[in-house]
Design a protein around this ligand. Structure first.
Ligand code: 9UX
Length: 72
């Protein structure tokens, strides 16, 4: 079953950043959906916990040059 989790993201300064973060997330295995909002610096992913975990998701975002932290 897919889980959904919210994260705070740092380092996004324009709309293209949003597109690139969403694109990175959507290409990861186990990600069912990803949305990121520039105005609030918040994002939400829907993911399959048997395929990917939160640490992997944070790592992928940080590898792209942003910061990320799950809210819970
Ligand atoms: Mo916009 Mo984001 O020019 O890394 S793409 S700042």
């Amino acid at each position: 079953k897919a889980l959904s989790a919210q994260f705070r993201i740092g380092g996004m300064t324009c709309a293209n950043c949003v597109n690139s973060v969403e694109g990175i997330l959507r290409k990861l295995p186990g990600i069912k959906g990803a949305v990121v909002a520039l105005a609030t610096s918040l994002g939400e992913v829907e993911y399959d916990p048997s395929a990917i975990n939160k640490d992997d998701i944070v790592q992928a975002i940080e590898d792209a040059g942003f910061e990320a932290e799950f809210l819970q």
